[in-house]
Design a protein around this ligand. Structure first.
Ligand SMILES: *Cc1c(COP(=O)(O)O)cnc(C)c1O
Length: 639
């Protein structure tokens, strides 16, 4: 593969290539050893945790790769930053009310993380948002912060309503947000039965929409939320039941990963107007809950790319506070408590998935044929083309090269080329492509324009790196919605990466591959520059996957949960606060109703029969049985 040689290679070059300061700041950077370093408390930390050393230590303790490493202090730091931004904006703009964040549990339900949010969130009265009955139970059991909100979104039944209402008796503040008109009757009946006044919210369907992948969370056809007509019906029904005083909150959620602050501004403006109308209709209100959507800068470009974010936390908070203030001012309405439900922005940075490269499939394994033994015309032409490739004619040369290859394949199918000749065509084609690609990159480096289809050569000529992980278990959004996560080696960053790679996972699914990465200019590329493992363990980290990925992950090919550890910093190092062993094969099999004892018994029967017939020796039989039983207790990934 062509290499972009800048010699000598420096840490700065790696930083630029993998854009780590763009997406990693203030938690991830490169240290003097050429390793990724983690500073879980953000910038103020002088010395961080050497991620490569940490992984080596964990492996030495017997934890196998792939490893999910969580840094709960990052969650605490993110929460401080989000709350801090709102507090500052409120103070600076003279907003006469407070901010109350809630964490949407669906983003990552892992107990230790939710506990971290509740414990670290106490000073900010940080609450939780539940979108289902199981999440409601988690939130009820864990959230004991006075004044913290427990926002109940999602579809609800009578059971859900009664549980939420009874939680008021524990001193909690559950707010039941009506997502559908039908829920109003359910909650009124439950309230009547229990003699408890509900604290109610309505979710509005805004016309302002998020854009990009999650844009359809709002708008007229959105799955959730009440239209203006519905909201008016709610008000009238509540008034009729003498319960209008229960309507306290207006909620909306326009989608996730909003890359422009103006989109937030438009939504807040529209919602403020609905809020004003609700107050005018006689509802007491008091809370405006603007949902999630606060973005993450996955590609580090600080742009309006769908995978980026062109605004800071401070911009976000200031826009929200100022917009509400300005909207309400002319009406003399008391500004509400501001509630946000940021999930992605709170949880993404918190974990790193580390896996080893098991094997590589080199891109151009075939050298140029030294001698052309065939006199077939198409082979002679390809051979000649190789020597005639010129920087000035790359596009035409590449087209010609493809035409010749296709002609040769046709001839093979018709029986006029032998398998030996087909192999020569293959080698000539690869070498022509490689030469074209190298010249194209030289042109690119020299600042000359290169036609795009030449850049597509990248992927064809890249090596495939086989990673010890399952995309479906650990990075489902990469497969399902083409989301791109920052991926980079966690060591050898003082060396120039000389291989261009795409990644394949362990599943036997052809979709189990990653061929979309962030290039050094922030654009999506199909290859990632990596080092040659040279027979040594080579470790890659996938970053910013702490939100949504864990619970969306599935058991495709029966690869189970990875091992997970929780790491906290302490002066001069770190300590391991939790070790959560990944699934064993036996556990994974039980999810699909296989009983390990039955399986062992079946193997015993089969070996017994083979022994009887003299097909297997006693020691082979014992060895097979031992392997079978050991494997049932083993990790689902490769050793
Ligand atoms: C998923 C969800 C969130 C979290 O959104 P992010 O974009 O991750 O912050 C917030 N509120 C509701 C109602 C949601 O469904």
């Amino acid at each position: 593969m062509p290499t972009l040689t800048r010699s000598p290679w420096t840490l700065r070059d790696s930083e630029k290539l993998y854009r780590i300061s763009g997406w990693g700041d203030p938690y991830f950077r490169i240290n003097a050893a050429g390793h990724v370093e983690v500073t879980p408390q953000g910038m103020q930390q002088e010395s961080g945790i050497d991620l490569h050393q940490l992984v080596m230590d964990l492996v030495a303790r017997g934890l196998q790769l792939p490893l999910l490493i969580r840094f709960p202090e990052i969650v605490a730091d993110r929460m401080r930053r989000i709350c801090g931004s709102f507090e500052q904006a409120i103070e600076r703009l003279g907003y006469p009310n407070v901010y109350r964040g809630v964490y949407p549990v669906k983003v990552n339900q892992q107990r230790h993380l939710v506990e971290e949010v509740v414990n670290q969130g106490r000073p900010y009265h940080f609450g939780l948002e539940a979108g289902s009955k199981p999440e409601l139970l988690i939130a009820l059991a864990l959230l004991d912060t006075p004044e913290a909100l427990l926002v109940c979104n999602g579809y609800k039944d009578r059971d859900f309503m009664e549980t939420a209402l009874l939680a008021q008796r524990l001193g909690r503040t559950p707010i039941i947000v009506l997502e559908r008109l039908q829920e109003l009757e359910l909650v009124l009946e439950a309230a009547e039965k229990l003699g408890i006044d509900p604290i109610l919210g309505v979710r509005a369907k805004l016309s302002a929409q998020g854009i990009g992948r999650w844009g359809s969370s709002a708008g007229d056809r959105a799955k959730f939320g009440l239209t203006a007509t519905d909201i008016l019906q709610v008000v009238e029904r509540l008034r009729g039941a003498g319960k209008l005083h229960c309507l306290r909150l207006l909620h909306y959620h326009i989608g996730s990963q909003i890359s422009m602050v103006s989109v937030h501004g438009r939504a807040v403006r529209e919602a403020s107007q609905i809020y004003i109308e609700l107050v005018k209709l006689g509802a007491p209100m008091g809370y405006l809950d603007i949902g999630g959507g606060l973005g993450i800068d996955y590609d580090g470009s600080q742009s309006t790319n769908p995978s980026s974010q062109s605004y800071s936390l401070e911009d976000y908070a200031a826009t929200v506070v100022q917009t509400v203030l300005t909207a309400l001012e002319p009406y003399g309405i008391q500004p509400p408590v501001l509630v946000t439900e940021s999930g992605r922005a709170l949880m993404s940075h918190q974990s790193v998935l580390v896996f080893d490269v098991q094997d590589i499939n080199a891109a151009s394994p075939y050298p140029m044929p030294t001698e052309i033994t065939s006199d077939a015309e198409v082979i002679q032409k390809l051979n000649q083309l190789y020597s005639e490739i010129q920087p000035e004619t790359l596009t035409a040369d590449y087209r010609r090269c493809q035409e010749l290859k296709e002609a040769a394949l046709r001839q093979f199918t018709e029986g006029s080329l032998s398998l030996q000749e087909r192999a020569q065509v293959e080698r000539l084609f690869w070498n022509c492509s490689d030469k074209i690609c190298t010249l194209a990159y030289e042109q690119h480096q020299a600042g000359h324009p290169v036609s795009v289809d030449l850049l597509d050569l990248d992927e064809m000529l890249a090596s495939i790196y086989y990673g010890n992980f399952s995309l479906f278990q650990s990075l489902p959004d990469s497969w399902a919605i083409d989301q791109v996560f920052p991926i980079m080696p966690i060591h050898r960053l003082d060396e120039e990466p000389r291989q261009w790679a795409t990644l394949a996972d362990l599943t036997c699914d052809s979709d189990g591959k990653i061929n979309r990465f962030f290039g050094d200019d922030g654009q999506i590329t199909s290859v990632l520059p990596l080092h040659n493992p040279d027979g040594e363990p080579y470790l890659l980290g996938v970053f910013l996957g702490g939100a949504y990925q864990e619970i969306l992950g599935d058991l495709h090919n029966l690869f189970g949960d990875t091992n997970a550890v929780h790491i906290r910093s302490r002066p001069g190092g770190y300590h391991v606060s939790q070790v959560i062993k990944g699934d064993t094969i036996s556990e994974v099999l039980s999810w699909v109703q296989y009983n390990s004892e039955d399986l062992v018994e079946a193997i015993h029967h089969a070996t017994e029969a083979a022994l009887q017939q003299g097909q297997i020796s006693l020691s082979e039989a014992r060895s097979l049985q031992r392997h079978f039983e050991d494997n049932l207790r083993a990790y689902t990934y490769l050793h």
